[in-house]
Design a protein around this ligand. Structure first.
Ligand SMILES: Cc1ncc(C[n+]2csc(CCOP(=O)(O)OP(=O)(O)O)c2C)c(N)n1
Ligand code: SF4
Ligand SMILES: [Mg+2]
Length: 287
């Protein structure tokens, strides 16, 4: 499949020139194309933020909901139509702050979907406030003396919760980001990819050069099936490891455990409702 299948040429893009969201969009289109996933088989779900605009710029099904609330509708989309490839997209604020509880409990539920978190360590859309991943001391118009809190570590939390796929990518490196995205989409259960992304307008500290200097790629000596080794990698912050930190096979997905799928593999939208059966069920509950 060609990446042009996902293009929306008539849509005007409102990201700043040079924004690190552009390489993420490019890598995502390439990953979907190389996985031969046609637009009608893909649904992207997002909340609010610059990152959350991804589905506006890519042709496929999409649902754009409330800030921090991408994961519940994404879980529902997958649960009601498991034939779709479902991708949830959002920023560090959207996914780890406003959506932090959903992040934790989605990992516990383990729907078969992919979560791409564009981590620019700042609230971009609202013009540069500190985010949960901002580094201590990061000065903003609100945090005038610098961010005082320890940054949230999404990868350590994900490994701690036994998330089946935990990875980090440097978005500027499109070829390797695309490969990580493909692995994440292919893997079963919830797959988290934290994408280091430059915000050229509101984060002058964590720039393209900073991300390059402060990261390194994991090599063959790292065993992603070793949870303790993955956790040790997840808490490294002097230089951040890139690649697949953790993989866990065999966790049942949310959908698999729903009674609706035990009886039939037919998507919910294709099933016929029997109102009489429903009425009887309701009446059986009335005392
Ligand atoms: C309930 C609610 N709270 C706050 C906001 C304001 N708001 C919109 S986007 C955003 C944060 C965006 O930061 P992030 O998720 O990191 O995305 P980015 O723009 O950096 O990609 C905030 C606080 C909102 N729209 N809704
Ligand atoms: S404000 Fe930052 S994240 Fe938003 S479009 Fe501009 S560069 Fe990108
Ligand atoms: Mg952000």
């Amino acid at each position: 499949m060609q990446t042009s299948h996902y293009d929306l040429p008539h849509v005007k893009n409102s990201w700043c020139p040079g924004c690190g969201n552009f390489p993420i969009l490019t890598a995502l289109k390439q990953a979907l194309a190389e996985l031969d996933l046609p637009p009608e088989k893909v649904c992207i779900v997002s909340g609010i933020g610059q990152a959350a605009k991804v589905p506006h710029y890519l042709k496929c099904h999409f649902f754009n909901g409330l800030h921090g609330r991408a994961l519940p509708p994404a879980t529902a989309v997958k649960a009601s139509n498991p034939g779709l490839t479902v991708v949830a997209v959002g920023g560090d604020g959207d996914m780890y702050s406003e959506g932090g509880n959903h992040f934790i409990h989605a990992i516990r539920r383990n729907p078969d979907l992919t979560l791409f978190a564009h981590n620019n360590m700042v609230y971009g859309l609202t013009k540069g406030q500190g985010s949960p991943t901002s580094l201590r001391g990061f000065v903003t118009p609100i945090q005038v003396n610098g961010v005082a809190n320890e940054p949230f570590n999404p990868l350590a939390v994900a490994v701690a919760l036994d998330c089946p796929f935990v990875a980090r990518a440097n978005a500027a490196d499109i070829p390797r980001t695309k490969e990580i995205m493909k692995e994440a989409i292919r893997s079963k259960g919830l797959a988290l990819v934290d994408l280091f992304q430059a915000c050229v307008s509101f984060n002058k500290i964590n720039t393209y050069a900073w991300y390059k200097e402060h990261t390194y790629y994991l090599d063959g000596s790292h065993d992603p099936s070793d949870r303790m080794a993955a956790f040790a990698k997840a808490v490294e912050t002097e230089r951040y490891p890139l690649g697949i930190l953790y993989r866990k096979e065999g966790r049942p997905t949310f959908e698999e455990q729903q009674p609706a799928w035990k009886r039939s593999a037919e998507p919910l939208y294709a099933r016929k409702l029997d109102p009489e059966k429903f009425r009887k069920f309701l009446h059986s509950k009335v005392v």
